[in-house]
Design a protein around this ligand. Sequence first.
Ligand code: ZN
Length: 131
Amino acid sequence: MRVAVLCLTVLAVLAYAFAPAREFQRRVDCCRNLKAFYAGETALEALRCPRSGGGYDRVILPATTVPFPHIIIVEPLANHGDEGGAVLYSDGHAEFLMKGNYLSRIKSDRERVRVFLASQPPTELRNDDAP
Ligand SMILES: [Zn+2]
């Protein structure tokens, strides 16, 4: 009986000790997922977070319309227990941001994109298809 309790204790301690490393690896894998999407290797809808099995969301605007790097895909915070989420930028790099940074970067990117688009002249309606 004592041996069994000791074994369970050792297992619990090991699981606790390695949990941060496992979570770190999952965050790396999430960034890898988003880079694979950027590279055209897979559809966004087919990707799943290795921690929760949750998906990813598109935000802001397609990369082609805005000339500076900005966040285009985010992972919902719920995927990593509200700790943070992976984000993909329009230049193809991905990173895992902790919650505070995640929220402020998304907010500031939305604002930068909004200001940029507001500064652009309105696109003229083209009539190439007219007879
Ligand atoms: Zn994830």
